[in-house]
Write a protein that binds this ligand. Structure first.
Ligand code: GLN
Length: 391
């Protein structure tokens, strides 16, 4: 007799719960300060919440159009024209239930069985299972600290005649790297030379610090019609639980993306869409103030950790910075460190090794700084006390 067929798709069968949920659940259980999963502290900015409340009370909560409210699609196009010099029409924009849905819809729509999808590690944990569940074959270029540099030789070595798609994230979670102009130009060059579609997860585009500005791969020569640009209102407006995102692409691609989206979530709560449309119309100063506040939080955590005896990697974007364990004189790996600090220090963090499918970097630990000064200071005190227990 043969064994009964196992239940469930192989991609999911032996998969653990995502590290972000795992660490947040551990923080809830233990009462630890949660610097693991990336989300801002508190309910969200009052004016953003008020915009949603007004929309809920005074507008419809019935199904909005499948591609998203025209008001929001127009607001996204205007936002990118103002901030990133992109020339997008409302028809090029599809509203999704968060960026994760946009990534899933893009892969489901564009990957054909056996297509190779090129990715850069460290990579966000959803990418690999989504690529594989969509029928793609993952190929990986592994980047390493301290500068995580992307080289033409490494890309060329990973590309084969079956490579069809580049799936990438910039600015980069978890490293806080903003890709350099030369690296983006190189990626664009490679996409054009090998006729690749680029799926660009740019959810951290508004959390770029030190006076730098985000540049989308879509803006590079030859990329306008071969790029899917993905954005997130949750990140832009500090309301991660809203799950409002979008994907932008030229009409031929956008039509395909809509086919996948219509049978994934179909639509996204209209009240939240109206609120985001309103917010995108606010003066640039709103985003500038928010960015300045996050930059100050980054500096507070970075300086505090340095005083507490930790070596911190520079972070130019996102809500994250990393501790370098060996450079801090700590001879334990990232997973062990994270398990220990949650119990012994009462602080939750994320080990960077989970962002690698193989050949993992195991000496860096990611901490989220989008928290109040008081929370950051308490976490620093706890980590300082823990550091003192290690010899
Ligand atoms: N993007 C968040 C992070 O990197 C996690 C989001 C999630 O848990 N799905 O922390």
């Amino acid at each position: 007799m043969t064994d009964p067929r196992p239940i469930g798709h192989p991609v999911y069968r032996d998969m653990p719960t995502t590290i972000f949920e795992h660490m947040s659940a551990r923080a809830r259980e233990t009462g630890a300060i949660n610097l693991g999963q990336g989300f801002p502290e508190g309910p969200g900015p009052a004016d953003v919440l008020q915009a949603a409340a007004r929309a809920m009370l005074h507008r419809s909560s019935q199904y909005p159009p499948m591609p998203g409210l025209l008001e929001l699609r127009s607001a996204v196009a205007d936002h990118y024209a103002r901030h990133q010099q992109l020339d997008l029409a409302p028809q090029d924009i599809l509203v999704t239930s968060g960026a994760t849905e946009a990534i899933a819809a893009s892969l489901l729509a564009l990957v054909q069985p056996g297509d190779e999808v090129l990715m850069l590690a460290p990579l966000y944990d959803a990418y690999l299972p989504l690529v594989e569940r969509a029928g793609g074959v993952a190929t990986m270029v592994t980047l390493t600290p301290p500068d995580w540099r992307i080289t033409r030789a490494a890309l060329a070595a990973a590309i084969t005649p079956c490579t069809r798609i580049l799936l990438m994230n910039n600015p980069v979670n978890p490293t806080g790297i903003v890709m350099r102009d030369a690296e983006l130009a190189l990626l664009a060059d490679i996409c054009v030379a090998h006729d690749l579609i680029a799926i660009c997860d740019e959810v951290w585009e508004e959390t770029v610090y030190d006076g730098h500005h985000h540049r989308s791969l879509m803006a590079y020569p030859g990329m306008r019609d071969r790029t899917v640009k993905i954005g997130s209102a949750g990140k832009i407006f500090s309301v991660t639980g809203w799950k409002v995102g979008w994907m932008c692409a030229a009409p031929a691609l956008a039509t395909l993306l809509a086919r996948a989206h219509q049978f994934l979530t179909f639509t996204t709560p209209p009240g939240l869409q109206w609120a985001v449309a309103e917010g995108l119309g606010w003066p640039n100063q709103w985003l500038a103030d928010q960015r300045a506040a996050y930059q100050a939080s980054r500096d507070r955590l970075s300086v505090g950790l340095a005083r507490a005896g930790y070596a911190v990697q520079p972070s130019g974007a996102t809500w994250f910075l990393s501790i370098d364990l060996p450079a801090s004189g700590i001879a334990i790996d990232d997973v062990t460190f994270c398990e220990r600090i949650i119990d012994e220090a009462g602080v939750a963090a994320i080990p960077i090794s989970v962002f690698y499918p193989d050949r993992a970097v195991t000496h860096l630990v990611r901490l989220c700084f989008s928290k109040s000064d008081e929370t950051l200071d308490r976490a620093i005190d706890r980590l300082a006390a823990f550091r003192a227990t290690l010899t």
